[in-house]
Design a protein around this ligand. Structure first.
Ligand SMILES: NC(=O)c1ccc[n+]([C@@H]2O[C@H](COP(=O)([O-])OP(=O)(O)OC[C@H]3O[C@@H](n4cnc5c(N)ncnc54)[C@H](OP(=O)(O)O)[C@@H]3O)[C@@H](O)[C@H]2O)c1
Length: 237
């Protein structure tokens, strides 16, 4: 029986690359986004993850998930702390953190009962260290903290929870591409000054790490937060 994977926000960008890579590695893969999409080889369940009742319906409809990738998230415009509204903070946590909390609470009992499972939470280097908008940074730091809490509670049952922290990743239709089109010189300067690798990350590079964490090969990793950023992050840890 193939393993069953669920990837939130898996219809585009990093989530889509993760879904396709888990499929390549033999899993049956369900993805969700708000918009319906036709993606060969993947099962799409349109869901707004900020709506708790839709999330509960997704968890129910998905069935016995073995691999959960809490990928959905975004900066929602960013902004400094003093310039940001309470609604922006609520929105950042509703999109980045609460879907991971609600889905993991719904699905982890099944993973534990079956004695094998993998959960991979997608954070950001702006969560391991200061950077990006204030609300996004706090939400991604919460994802890292959440990953550790979850990991410690289920590791003894064969369920391994880890976190991945990408640096800046570009793809057609994504946020960085939009910024590059709007300000090519500014983005070229950003690449030169801030990206030691000399280029953006590609979704596939993140997907390969997630696929490893979701596999039997990652048998002693639990509660880790692994940056994948071509050296962009400044944290020593
Ligand atoms: N790209 C980067 O440079 C970068 C860097 C570090 C971390 N990350 C993190 O990596 C993850 C993926 O980023 P990305 O750049 O690939 O994101 P993206 O381009 O914004 O794609 C987001 C995906 O999530 C879905 N989505 C958005 N809002 C949703 C909602 N309310 N309910 C359900 N699905 C929703 C989108 O589909 P619909 O539009 O159809 O809803 C799409 O499939 C995020 O957690 C992000 O914070 C990204």
């Amino acid at each position: 029986m193939p393993r069953l994977a669920l990837v939130t926000g898996g219809t585009r960008g990093i989530g889509l690359a993760i879904a396709q890579t888990l499929k390549r590695d033999g899993a049956r893969v369900i993805v969700c986004g708000r918009q319906p999409a036709s993606l060969p080889g993947l099962e799409v369940m349109p869901t707004d993850v900020t709506d708790a009742s839709q999330l509960a319906a997704l968890a129910e409809a998905a069935g016995p998930v073995d691999i959960l990738v809490n990928n959905v998230g975004g900066s929602l415009g960013g902004g400094s702390f003093l310039a940001s509204s309470a609604a922006q903070w609520q929105g950042a946590f509703a999109l980045n953190v609460m879907p991971a909390v609600i889905l993991s609470q719904a699905l982890l009992p099944g993973l534990r009962a079956r004695g094998w499972g993998r959960v991979v939470n997608i954070a950001s280097i702006w969560g391991r260290e200061s950077g990006g908008g204030a609300a996004y940074n706090a939400a991604k730091a919460a994802m890292i903290s959440l990953s550790k809490s979850m990991a410690l509670e289920v590791v003894a049952d064969g369920v391994l929870v880890n976190c991945v922290a990408p640096g800046s990743v570009i793809f057609p239709g994504g946020g960085w591409e939009r910024r590059q089109v709007a300000d090519p010189a500014g983005i070229a300067k950003f690449v030169e000054e801030k990206l030691p690798r000399g280029r953006f990350g590609d979704p596939q590079e993140v997907a390969e790490l997630v696929a490893f964490l979701a596999s039997d090969r990652a048998s002693l990793l639990a509660g880790a937060c692994i940056p994948i950023d071509g050296g962009q992050g400044q944290s020593n840890l």
